[in-house]
Design a protein around this ligand. Structure first.
Ligand SMILES: NC(=O)c1ccc[n+]([C@@H]2O[C@H](COP(=O)([O-])OP(=O)(O)OC[C@H]3O[C@@H](n4cnc5c(N)ncnc54)[C@H](OP(=O)(O)O)[C@@H]3O)[C@@H](O)[C@H]2O)c1
Length: 239
């Protein structure tokens, strides 16, 4: 454990999407406390009170920018205003749960497209535009869900969410092939079922518990795991 911590990389420059609440806010807090410079993004900075307060207590190390990952113009504007030359860690965290959709008759195709746009196309677009700015050995982490596992779907429902995370997982698997050539490590991580707005109050894990495991995994996963789908402790999950 001590060895792992001693060899943990120092992520000087970190980018987090969906940083105003839930896991994104907690990732941002963790890396600021580690001394990283964090570019933390949110759809509506005027309503991001917790994030604004966090940034104020880490002046000089936190930069806040607006980013709606589902809006291509917003992604382009975001990619054009990085406060540092190179990114050591990009966390594609922003996501939506979509509708409950227990049956196919409940699915609204327009709503499903929005979920796909936020959870799958958005992270691809952000990664595409930030790709040239990744440092050698940078990590690109995609916060996915076990609900995107095709083989683990034993209950049905949540069409849009499941489909969007399955699409994200495929994007990550694909990207893993070119990440190695680029000297970058990319993988998809399932945070567990966590008590956020999305996870709800019945979830077994606190935000701190999930984040503590994920940041350790992010520090330890190396190029041999490029394109992997893992749980918060870094264990492989079934596609
Ligand atoms: N909590 C769980 O149990 C769980 C389990 C598996 C996977 N996950 C994944 O973990 C990630 C974080 O989820 P969470 O639990 O922290 O959820 P959350 O508390 O609902 O937070 C979601 C975050 O995503 C942002 N977001 C939504 N749409 C966006 C868009 N178009 N552009 C930019 N940001 C957007 C939200 O911003 P606004 O405030 O503007 O809406 C918010 O900051 C998600 O990818 C989720 O799928 C969570």
């Amino acid at each position: 454990m001590l060895r792992a911590l001693m060899s943990a990389p120092n992520f000087r420059h970190v980018v987090v999407t969906g940083a105003n609440r839930g896991l994104g806010l907690a990732f941002t807090r963790h890396y600021l406390q580690q001394g990283s410079h964090v570019l933390a993004s949110a759809r509506d900075l005027d309503a991001a009170d917790d994030l604004t307060a966090l940034a104020a207590s880490h002046r000089g190390h936190a930069t806040l920018e607006r980013l709606d990952v589902a809006d291509p113009a917003s992604v382009e504007a975001f990619a054009g205003c990085l406060p540092f030359e190179e990114i050591d860690l990009l966390i594609n965290n922003a996501g939506v749960y979509g509708g409950e959709e227990p049956r196919i008759s409940d699915v609204d195709p327009e709503q499903l497209l929005v979920t796909l746009q936020v959870n799958a196309v958005g992270p691809l677009h952000v990664t595409k535009l930030l790709w040239p700015r990744l440092a050698r050995n940078a990590r690109v982490v995609h916060v996915t869900s076990l609900m995107g596992s095709i083989s683990d779907d034993t209950s049905g429902g949540r069409y849009g969410y499941r489909m969007s995370k399955a699409a994200l997982n495929m994007m990550v698997r694909n990207l893993g092939h070119e990440a190695a050539e680029r000297g970058v490590v990319t993988f998809a991580i399932h945070p567990g079922w966590v008590r956020t707005d999305m996870g709800g109050p019945s979830a077994p894990l606190s935000i701190d518990e999930s984040i503590a495991s994920m940041v350790e995994t992010i520090a330890q996963v190396g190029p041999e795991r490029n394109g992997a789908f893992v749980d918060r402790d870094g264990e492989p999950l079934p596609w």
